[in-house]
Design a protein. Sequence first.
Length: 333
Amino acid sequence: NKVVMSGIQPTGVPHLGNYFGFVENWLRLQKTEPADTQLFLCVVDWHAITTGPLPAVELRDNVRKMVAGLVAAGVDCKRTVLFRQSAVPEHAELTWLLGCLETTARLQRMPQYKDKSLQYKKGDVPVGLLTYPILQAADVLIYRGTHVPVGDDQTQHMHIVTDLADHFNKQYKCEFFPKPLKMASALARVKSLRDPTKKMSKSDPDARSRIELSDTVQTVREKCKKALTDTESVVTFEMDRRPAVGNLVLLYAAVAGLSPDQVVKEMSSVTTGEFKLRLAECISQRFEPIRQRYEELLASPDTINAILEDGAAKARPIAKSNMDEIKRIAGFS
Ligand code: TYM
């Protein structure tokens, strides 16, 4: 049986990187997967504290915003089991076991770890930052996930997930975990609007680098106007020579459902300045209805709580039953 599993950090409302790298793909799966495919979508709140604890109010708020954003974008809680990670204790329980099958050397080589640990002095790096990928592996494996839709930035983490599944099976001479496959979306890498060498990310201190689903028409327009271009004023698609303009073309293509060549053709008579305004319009046209639903949902905490409780009630028995089996296999019961 196919089990689709993915996670998203509660970093507040989703941005267009999350949307085109992941959410859009999820919405497609909701429509196209047969009824016996299980769909688990987890808001990974334990992962949110791996670079240090957040104030409780902020963490709770960020989870609420993420759930409201996902549901507003089209995640259907009747089809998708949408829940928060900490509500299912087996994620953390399996993390311990998997952590004992992994080496610190391998984890220290992870690009995201290398990157994020730079902000600390040697010896001050939180242990959770190092073991982050193990928790991610547990998220997938606790449901015996077979397919994991994620953006390109998760490729390295996914290697750890598949290797751990394999490692467990070999260690305990069983076939308990299937090998989870990474599923990429059409636009697996959305770049920062301010720097085409960086991905669009919540952790970028410059808010103009990303567009969030909660941005109003006005904000979208301002951010698009400020988007980086170059000294040439025609719109072309040349990723090597003109990466900044190329990224905007890719983004426009994703939003409008066109190919980059079609975008260039459509924009053949406008300057890059005008193109940025058209991009803003196109984004608002598609995302303004989502923003309005988002605001409505956010104003209704009871709805969000009910969604999360319902999701956890569906996920937990499955996680518990798999954890029982894992413990039996490994000699803990
Ligand atoms: P996170 O929360 O950073 O991002 C959630 C999803 O959005 C994708 N994404 C992007 N895709 C394209 N371009 C971008 N600029 C961009 N930014 C984000 C991510 O690839 C991801 O699919 N470690 C994961 C969360 C996680 C997880 C899991 C994923 C925890 N457990 C289990 C899958 C399975 C993360 O930090 O994603």
